[in-house]
Design a protein around this ligand. Structure first.
Ligand SMILES: [Zn+2]
Length: 161
């Protein structure tokens, strides 16, 4: 049987562009767990709707509405892949859209896009952590598998090392 809808989140919410999004109907404080998540299915490649939880695992999220969580370069939540929990990064008010920073979990995204989040920190093209210049991830908490891959990344050849 499908799990019950979570009444704390608006069902079939839309953002200002008419895109599906996740909107909270209740308040959360920074550090609160909004919801815990699990895997409806596990894949070895990313798709538009998956969340990367380790170097080779991409999950279809349950509860399913979480797949509509949009990206922001200045997010109010993060997906903690170790605790399997969506955690508030700052206070969230009723009516706020819930967003997270896709490159915090996604190394190489299946569906890159041009971000128009409007944040002063907006990075523009969002294609996964592997595609960002060094330093673009500073200030963002990233999942352990992303941190590991960043540490292993061969620095671009500077020619004069
Ligand atoms: Zn942005």
């Amino acid at each position: 049987m499908a799990p019950a809808e979570d009444p704390r989140f608006e069902r079939d919410a839309r953002d200002r562009l008419g895109q599906r999004c996740v909107r909270s109907l209740v308040a959360f404080a920074a550090g609160d767990v909004l919801v815990t998540f699990g895997a409806a299915a596990v894949h070895d490649r990313p798709s538009r709707m998956t969340l990367q939880v380790s170097q080779h695992q991409h999950i279809e999220l349950t509860p399913a509405f979480l797949a509509f969580t949009n990206h922001s370069c200045d997010p109010n939540a993060c997906f903690d892949v170790e605790r399997r929990a969506v955690v508030a990064l700052r206070p969230i008010a009723p009516g706020d859209e819930v967003t997270f920073f896709y490159p915090s979990t996604e190394w190489t995204m299946a569906s890159p896009f041009e971000c128009h989040c409007g944040s002063a920190r907006c990075l523009g093209q969002i294609a996964g952590a592997s595609q960002l210049p060094p330093g673009a991830l500073s200030g963002h908490s990233v999942a352990p598998h992303v941190a590991r891959q960043l540490a292993q990344r061969v620095p671009p050849s500077s020619g004069a090392r």
